[in-house]
Design a protein around this ligand. Structure first.
Ligand code: HAM
Length: 418
């Protein structure tokens, strides 16, 4: 086949049925769990003033390297969202809902990443944010929501990693300790990490380069530098997770890829995926972000889960598969009139999933299509049926074909179909 004139761009793809149906089903599961937990849906715009996203942080790749930004016809600097959290905070500042404001979302986000399996330039997230409360029980409830969601998909091989990044005021002391520590090991650090060290020593902890791992493993941990209040909040989350029998691993050097985090941070790693793309979701507190966006000094906590990666994890664990939905009925027409068209619409309005053949194909070809559709019953309208106001009803699994009058048809089908 000749190469098509246009193809979806690198890092983007068409999601076709039944995979698209599976993706929608995943969002429906998430929506149900989020709404049970008191979150209402927010549908923010997909693009915002560039400034909304630069607040995510200056040492964050998604801002410095991966943002899709452009100038619109009005000369505004615009960016496609690389994530939802900044938009949700902007919406909070703009609408001033009564705190704590709990919202969930689903939709695409955009990052100019090196495209590979599990890493796309347009990918989908589902997520939830709670703004306006310091209560660490909210952190625990959010984690529990994500855990419950994975459970409902049937995923079992997902590890929850938990850490605290303390408060902004705890940071300088810890950053000094990190600078001093990494300073002693400069020669062994990768060039990339040496650069990162100058911009934000915290992010060196996030390096996945093999050579860095050993040095990072012995780096000072933030827990030793945080205030009593932040430590108590962390303890409360740990106790909460334990009380809810949620399995977790404390990861004292987990920092995550975004700069806005304070206090609780967490990540979900699928052990069924390759290590480079095994983060199926993550989140944490971002107590200064609302203020950075010009709002009150209100705290926030939330998470986002990668839909594409979560579905890859489902594939790897062989759960939550895509299902081809069979038709309930197939209409076969060998008459020229409009009877088949009318019958098909009538049956669809009764709530059945109805397929038919087009282009005046032969009876044989139509029966083949009926078979393929998975419909248990075919309805045949030929010239005789059209003239008599009847339909021939043929069970596809075998059995007698019967002629039924149009007025009795619906009842007859209700008796036949499950
Ligand atoms: P994040 O860790 O950047 O966090 O993204 C969350 C999840 O989105 C990742 O764990 C991953 O599954 C998925 N993801 C990210 N980038 C890609 C990509 N290029 N291709 C496929 N999947 C991807 C956030 O976005 C934060 N807003 C989470 C949050 C919410 N924190 C507080 N509230």
């Amino acid at each position: 086949m000749a190469r098509p004139l246009f193809q979806a761009l690198p890092g983007t793809r068409d999601i076709l049925a039944p995979d698209s149906q599976r993706m929608r089903a995943l969002v429906e599961v998430f929506a149900e769990e989020a709404e049970r937990a008191g979150f209402g849906q927010i549908v923010p715009p997909m693009f915002e003033d560039l400034g909304v996203f630069t607040r995510i942080g200056e040492s964050t790749d998604i801002v410095t390297k991966e943002l899709y930004d452009f100038e619109d016809n009005g000369g505004r600097r615009i960016a496609l969202r690389p994530e939802f959290t900044a938009s949700v905070c902007r919406a909070y500042v703009q609408s001033r809902p009564v705190p704590p404001w709990k919202s969930w979302y689903a939709g695409p986000a955009f990052r100019q990443e090196r495209a590979q399996k599990g890493r796309y330039r347009q990918f989908d997230q589902v997520g939830a944010e709670a703004i306006g409360s310091h209560d660490p029980d909210l952190d625990t409830e959010l984690i529990a929501l994500a855990v419950r969601f994975y459970q409902r998909l049937g995923l079992t091989d997902v590890t929850l990693l938990v850490n605290t990044l303390g408060d902004k005021a705890d940071r300088p002391g810890y950053l000094d300790a990190l600078r001093a520590y990494f300073g002693q090991h400069l020669d062994a650090l990768s060039e990339q990490s040496r650069t990162t060290l100058e911009i934000n020593p915290l992010r060196v902890l996030d390096s996945k380069r093999p050579g860095d791992a050993e040095i990072i493993a012995a780096a000072p941990v933030l827990l030793d530098y945080i205030s009593d209040e932040a430590a108590a909040a962390y303890r409360r989350v740990i106790d909460g997770l334990t009380a809810l029998s949620i399995q977790f691993v404390e990861a004292p050097r987990l920092v995550r890829g975004l700069d806005y985090y304070t206090r609780t941070t967490f990540e979900f790693a699928s052990n069924a995926l390759e290590a480079a793309q095994n983060a199926v979701g993550g989140g944490g507190r971002y107590d200064g972000l609302v203020a950075d966006l010009g709002g009150p000094d209100d705290p926030g906590v939330g998470f986002a889960l990668g839909v594409d990666r979560t579905l890859l994890a489902c594939d790897a664990e062989n759960v939550f598969g895509a299902v081809e939905t069979a038709a309930d009925l197939f209409v076969v027409a060998t008459t020229e009139g409009t009877e088949a068209l009318a019958l098909t619409q009538q049956l669809r309005s009764e709530g059945w999933r109805v397929e038919r053949a087009y282009d005046g194909r032969s009876m044989k070809a139509q029966m083949k299509a009926a078979n393929k559709s998975g419909a248990p019953v075919a309805l045949i309208i030929g010239d005789t049926e059209a003239a008599d106001g009847t339909v021939s009803v043929r069970p596809m699994a075998g059995g007698d074909q019967v002629v039924v009058s149009r007025s009795d048809l619906i009842q007859q089908l209700k008796d036949m179909l499950p």
